[in-house]
Each structure stands twice: as C-alpha cells, then as structure tokens.
Write a protein that binds this ligand. Structure first.
Ligand SMILES: C[S@@+](CC[C@H](N)C(=O)[O-])C[C@H]1O[C@@H](n2cnc3c(N)ncnc32)[C@H](O)[C@@H]1O
Length: 245
C-alpha cells in the first residue's frame, strides 16, 4: 500500500496545463487505434468490472493493489503488457502472486482478458495509467516482488530515443520499487536498445546482474506473436535479468 505523505500530482496526460496551455509530454508509448474486435469487445464487457482498475483509482489518497485483487499476495508488475500473451502464461504459472499489468492500449487490454480466460489465470489486474507515473506515485519503495518489461517500444529513430522506457531515471525509479532480491526481467529484439538497457542497468547502483555474463533466454517467457515477428525479421532477441541488491 502506498500512502502519499504529500498530495499526489494529478494523473498524467490530461493534455492541458492548469492555465489551459497544451502540455508538452514525452510519452513512452504512441496513441494507437482503440477499435476492438467483436471478440475483444465481448471480453472487455465480460471482465472489465473484475479485472480492470479504473483510472479514478489513482485519485484516492491510498492506492492499495491488494484491494483490487481481493487478497494480499506478493506483487509483480508488468510494464507494457500489450495483448497479454506473456502476462497470461506467466501469471497462470504463479497463482500465488498478484500480477499488475500496465497497458494503455485498450484493444491490448481487451485481448489480454481473452488470453487470461484461455489460460485460466485470475490473478491479473490491468491498469491503463502511464506506468512511469504510476511506479512513482502509486507504488511504494520496495513493494514489488518482480518487474517484467518485455519488448518495450524500441523507438528506433534518433529523434525518438528520448521516448524509450529504459532510461537512467526510469531504471533508478524501477530499482527503488523492487524488494531486496526481487528480479527485473526484460527482453528486446532491438539490438541498440539492448545495449542501452545493459549499460544503464549495469550502472544502476541498486541493481546487480542476475547472471555472470549475458542472461539466457528466460525459459518461463512464452514465445509471443511480437517476438516471432522480430525473429522472422532476422532480429536477435536479448533477455536481461537484474536483481535488487
Ligand atoms: C511493443 S509493445 C510489447 C507488448 C508486449 N510486452 C509483448 O511483448 O508483446 C509495448 C507496449 O507497451 C505499452 N506501453 C509503453 N509505454 C507504456 C507506459 N508508460 N505505460 C503503460 N503501457 C506502456 C504500449 O502501449 C505497447 O502496447
């Protein structure tokens, strides 16, 4: 549970400043289409009350993830869960954990519900508030039993590099949210981004590499549509794994 000692800033990306000017923001995601397929729309309606955490949850003085899961359990966070293929498979294997998935793309959230139903996983809640803001303002230091970041948007163009999720600042924030010994697992199919991640995470004082040398592919991580596409395009997949000191 994360209780703010000072009032929490307003939820991000409301678009305008208090004096009505358009806010300039650096987002780690792009605003993609919001059209749901029939199957996704049905899953959304079926599960939203149970599995989706509404944005207003961030306005309460206290954000207590356990309330949304209906139970206390070690909390794993996934940033950018996409269509939830990895989320569903990994969560189904960890019924004793609460898995909080951040995804701002509504069709992805709805598709995640489809995947969760198929996998029989009931221990996932999805929230559509910017994960960067949320890690800072909703989740307390040392509160995570694990963190997953699989195939974050690579932002390949030089002028977009500042939109990449894994920066020094985000690494420091994420590391601070992990409990001692908890692991941060990442994967990417974009070699220059993999190098950036390794450099930043190697330099982060709160983290240490979980392996001597390069991390092997995480055996638990399922082969997703996204990863398959990268492999088909001839890109090498890099897994990274770090532990909170
Ligand atoms: C390239 S996709 C990968 C999805 C999934 N992890 C996979 O492996 O298929 C990255 C996802 O992260 C989401 N995302 C990026 N930045 C985010 C943020 N700050 N908060 C929440 N979701 C974010 C995007 O909407 C996008 O769906």
């Amino acid at each position: 549970m994360h209780e703010q000692t000072r009032s929490r800033p307003a939820r991000p990306h409301t678009g305008v400043t208090e004096d009505g000017r358009r806010r300039r923001e650096v987002l780690t995601y792009s605003r993609r289409g919001s059209r749901l397929s029939d199957r996704q729309a049905e899953a959304w309606e079926r599960r939203r009350d149970e599995w989706f955490i509404p944005e207003e949850a961030a306005d309460a003085t206290v954000f207590d993830p356990a309330v949304w899961f209906g139970r206390e359990a070690p909390l794993i966070v996934e940033v950018g869960s996409g269509i939830g293929e990895a989320t569903a498979a990994l969560a189904a294997e960890r019924p004793d954990h609460n898995v909080l998935a951040f995804e701002v793309w509504r069709p992805g959230v709805a598709e995640t519900f489809v995947q969760l139903e198929r996998a029989g996983a009931t221990n996932v809640r999805v929230i559509s508030i910017d994960a960067v803001w949320s890690l800072e303002h909703l989740l307390g230091p040392g509160s995570l039993a694990g963190l997953w970041t699989f195939f974050p948007d690579p932002w390949p163009k030089q002028r977009h590099h500042r939109r990449r999720l894994v920066t020094e600042a985000f690494a420091a924030l994420a590391a601070s949210r992990l409990a001692p010994e908890a692991a941060w697992r990442l994967a990417t199919d974009w070699a220059p981004y993999a190098e950036q991640m390794a450099r930043i995470l190697d330099d982060q004082p709160l983290l240490e590499s979980a392996y001597d040398g390069p991390a092997p592919r995480w055996a638990d991580r399922p082969l997703t549509r996204f990863e398959r596409r990268g492999i088909r395009a001839g890109r090498a997949i890099t897994d990274l794994a770090y532990r909170r000191r």
